[in-house]
Design a protein around this ligand. Structure first.
Ligand code: TRP
Length: 332
């Protein structure tokens, strides 16, 4: 039986951080053994909000290196750059005819972007979900691992697939959002202000590229308080987050010891952060070093990019052939 097709995309508008690693990339790495996976650096999507392309090449190379260092394997998955696949743009054109201005305008992510970039409300931003649907449908993917914030885009992609199938012919299987278990591990920002993210406070975000001392500095600055004063007091979310980080990178005994200290109201957050900082350094260091060495190996990186392009185009071309036949766009 052929394996189900998984597809996900990541914008090259920031670098990988610990939240991406645990919220997304680690799951992609696991999916590689069970599914036919496509992972795409979506540079066209990046252009909707970041039209300055001076650093794009450098950024795409770094992001790819970090993804590879995190365990994405070009022998198992198809890892490619969106703009090298013209079939995505062609499908985007066809799907645009099935997408209504009204529905695109009322997409919450569009409204957010309009608020954030009131002077750059370009048509690409409006049709962002159509481009994302093209990414997914061009490979006839059915499982789309995304976070909560992108689930609605996957629903829109499903609507377009249904609309196309009904209007022309059954070409697309219907895609769904997908992840292991119920909830993804959600890592919070170290300053206690919501999700760890690329755009927020850099000092509260641990990047896979941070050097040892920077990691230590960021962890030591993480938000804490004067500690619990009564047994059984619930942990505030920024403390819960430090424990979560520790559960990921530290030894079981160390986590257990600080849990007991918390329980007894004798916890010293300074000591906890020192331990966490050292364990985080040990965790990040090999990934960072691997990413740097991949990024410096231009021959290898070029090979990976070309191989991904070849495989992704071959598969996308098959879909476009079906699409054009279904639409009667075949004249010879
Ligand atoms: N819009 C997604 C984000 O901002 C990125 C993306 C583009 C994507 N195309 C995709 C994700 C296809 C999953 C599938 O995170």
């Amino acid at each position: 039986m052929p394996k189900e097709i998984v597809l996900s995309g990541i914008r090259p508008t920031g670098f990988l951080h610990f939240g991406n690693y645990f919220g997304a990339v680690k799951n992609w790495v696991r999916m590689q053994d069970e599914y036919d996976c496509y992972f795409c650096v979506v540079d066209w999507h990046g252009l909707t909000t970041h039209p300055d392309t001076k650093e794009l090449r450098e950024n795409v190379h770094r992001l790819l290196s970090e993804l590879l260092a995190s365990g994405l394997d070009p022998e198992k998955s198809v890892i490619y750059v969106q703009s090298s696949i013209p079939e995505i743009a062609e499908l985007y054109l066809y799907l645009n005819m099935l997408a209504y201005k009204g529905e695109l305008e009322k997409t919450p992510t569009f409204k957010d972007k309009v608020r954030q970039h009131p002077n750059n409300v370009n048509a690409g931003l409006l049709t962002y979900p159509v481009l994302m649907a093209s990414d997914i449908l061009v490979h006839r993917a059915v499982k789309v691992p995304v976070g909560k914030d992108q689930e609605q885009h996957v629903e829109i992609a499903r609507d377009f697939a249904e609309r196309f199938n009904r209007r022309y012919r059954d070409v697309f299987p219907l895609p769904y959002g997908f992840n292991y278990g119920e909830a993804l591990t959600k890592i919070l920002s170290l300053d206690g202000s919501g999700k760890m993210s690329k755009s927020a406070n850099e000092m509260a975000t641990i990047y896979l590229n941070d050097d040892d001392d920077l990691i230590r500095k960021k962890i030591m600055k993480a938000k804490t308080d004067s500690g619990p004063t009564e047994k059984g007091m619930p942990k505030p979310d920024y403390i819960e987050n430090l424990f979560l980080l520790m559960q990921i990178v530290s030894k079981y005994e160390d986590v257990a010891r600080f849990e007991t200290d918390y329980e007894n109201c004798s916890i010293r957050y300074g000591d906890m952060k020192k331990q966490l900082a050292e364990d985080m350094v040990t965790f990040i260091k090999p990934i960072r070093e691997k990413a740097v060495s991949i990024k410096n190996d231009k021959t290898y990186l070029t090979k990976v990019i070309k191989m991904g392009e070849e495989k992704a185009r071959a598969n996308a071309a098959k879909t476009l052939k079906l699409v054009k036949e279904a639409m009667n766009l075949n004249y010879v």
